[in-house]
Design a protein. Sequence first.
Lengths: 229, 445
Amino acid sequence: MQSGGFVAVYPEPPPSDLVRILDLAGYQWKAVSSAADAALHESPDGWAGAVVACDGDAEAAWSFCRALRLRDNIVPPLLVLISDQQLADLPLRADLFDDFCITTALPLEMETRLRHVLHRETRDDRPELVQYHGLVLNLETYQAAIGGTPLDLTYMEYELLKFLAQNPGKVFTREVLLSRVWGYEYYGGARTVDVHVRRLRAKLGEEHANFIETVRSVGYRFGQSRWSS
Amino acid sequence: MLDQQRDYVLRTVEERKVRLVRLWFTDVLGNLKSFAISPAELENALDDGMTFDGSSIDGFSRVQESDVLAMPDPNTFEVLPWGDGSSVEARVFCDIHNLDATPFEGDPRQVLRRNLGLARDMGFTFYVAPDIEFFYFAPPERGQAPMPLDEGGFFDLTTTDVAGTLRKETIRTLETMSIPVEYSFHEDAPSQHEIDLRHTDALTMADSVMTFRLVVKEVAAKHGVHATFMPKPLEGVQGSGMHMHFSLFRGDENAFYDADDDYNLSPVAKNFMAGLLRHAAEVTAITNQTVNSYKRLVPGFEAPVHISWARNNRSGLIRVPITKRGNPSATRIEYRSPDPACNPYLALSVVLAAGLRGVAEGYELPAEADANLFEMDDSALAKLGIDTLPQSLSDSLKAMERSTLVQDALGEHIFEWFLRNKRNEWRAYKTHVSQFEFDRYLRTL
C-alpha cells in the first residue's frame, strides 16, 4: 500500500507487537541494527520512513535517530515508540522525531500514527513550503514571496527568514540566531543579527514588518507568541 | 556555507528569470564600474571569476599584465529593483584578484578588506553609519550654474513636492536593496537632502554607499532630475557632507562604551579619537578628494574646519553624540569631514588605520574643545594646540605624501596612483582663471 518502499525498523529484532502491526497494515519493512546498517540496506529511493523503539536501550535508539537526521540525503519521516516514563525526555529531543507513540497504546492508535506520519511525509512532487499569513518560502527553489509578489532577498536574509518562519512563536536570542543561521565560525558578533532583522523588516514592507517582533532584552520572535490569544 | 550561497545565487537567477547579471566593482576614485554577463556565464564566474583588462579602469592600469579577475561576492547578490518585469537584472559586487588569485592591489574593496582584517586581528569589528547629503538640480547644462528644484521655477508646473516624492521613492528602493534608512529630511540649503543609513559593518557599508549613490541618481533621472554628490555645488549655502558614525565592537560588546566614564567613552574610544585627530590632515585627501571638497570645509556652514572634538559642538571634526541612557551599543563617534564624493572603501580604510594607530599606541586624547572655535583667532587656537584641516587639495596631498600611515593603509599601488592623479587635478585647477578673478581684478588692475 505504501509506494515509497521499505520502512526501516529499529532495533533488530523489533518488538513483536510492532511487527504484527506493520504486517497487518501492509507495510514493507526491514529491521536494522545501526545507522550504518540502515545505510547499507537502503534502496536508491531511500527509506519510506523509520520506526524506532526507544523503550529498550534508549541512548542507542536516540543516537540512531540522530544519525538519520544528520544525513545529507532525504531524511525519512520518523516515528518513535517510547514508554510513558520517557515522555519527559521528549522536549529535549524534539528535533529527532516527527511523531511519537506510547508502547502501551492500542494497536489501532499505533497504526493510525504510523499511517499519519508516513503519509504526511511521503515523498511527492509538491515543493516544501513554509507559509505564514501571505508569506511563502519555497525551500527547494530558495524563493520567497509575500502576497504573491516575489521578495528578493540576499542569501543571509533568506536563511534568517527561513529559520524564523520555520519556528513561529518562539523567541530566539541573538546568540542562538547567530549560531543557528550563520554558524559558530561567523566573526561579526550578534549585532549582525540586528542588521539583518532590520533589512528583512524593510523588505517585508510596513504592512508585514511586524512579522519579526523584537522581544525586549531577549531577542526576536517570528509571528505571534504561542501564549497570547 | 559558500556552496549553499552559490546554489542560492544560481537558483535565484533561474527562478527569477534573471536575464543579465551585473558585476560591480569600484575604481580608485570611487566610480562604480560594471560589466554584464549572461546567466549562463554566472556559474563559471562564481567558481573561477571573470577575466578583464584592468588597464581600462582608472587606477588599475599597470604597464604589463593588465588582465585581472573579477570574483563575485555571492553574499552581495541582489535582484535590481528597477527592472520592468520582462527583463530582470541582478548585481553582485566583485573582489578583484590578480590572475594568480592574490588580491589585486589596485582594488579599493580589497584594500578595505585588508584593513578590516587588521582590525579583526586586534579583536575588533568596525561599524559605520553615514549621513549622506546631496542636491537635486535641473539637468545641468555645460557651463551653467546649478538650478535648485525648489527655486528658479524648474517645477513651476507641478504643485506637489517633487523632491519629497523623489526622496520617498529613493528610500523605498534603498530598502528593497538591503539598505535600511534611519532618517531622511530636507536639509538647510535649497534642494538639499539628507538620508541617514543604519549602521552595518564597514565592508557592507562601503558597498551600500556605492549602491546608494547609484539609486539616488537613478531615481532622480527617472523623473528628469539631476542628483549630485558634489561637495559644494552652491556658493553661500552649506555643502554636502557624509558624516560617518563609527564604533568598534569586540564580539557583542561595544568597545567604545564605558559606563563609568563621564562621556561614556572607553579608553579604546578615546585612543581611537586621538588617532583620528593626530592623523586627520594625512587622511583628508582621501576623505575629501576633489578641488571642490575644500570649498565646503570653510567656517560658517556647519562643516568642520578645526582638528578638534566635542560632545555637542558641530564646528569640530569629531562629535560625540549623546546617546540614550542604558544603550551601550549606541555609543559612537561622528567623524564630520568626509564628503559623499569620496571613495568609501578608501575613506573607511584610512580613517580606520588612523583610529587603530591611536589604539595600538595608546595616543592620549586632547581636551574637549567646546567653545566656538570659529570665533577664536589663530593665536588663541594655537594656545589650545588646535590646528586646521588642510585648506586645499594641494595641502592635503602634501600631508598625505608624507604619511607612512596612509601609504600602509592604501598600499603602494593606490597611494602612488592617487597622488599622481590628484596632483594632475590640482595642476589643471591652478591654471583656471575664475569668475572671482574677473570680478575682482579685471576692472581695477
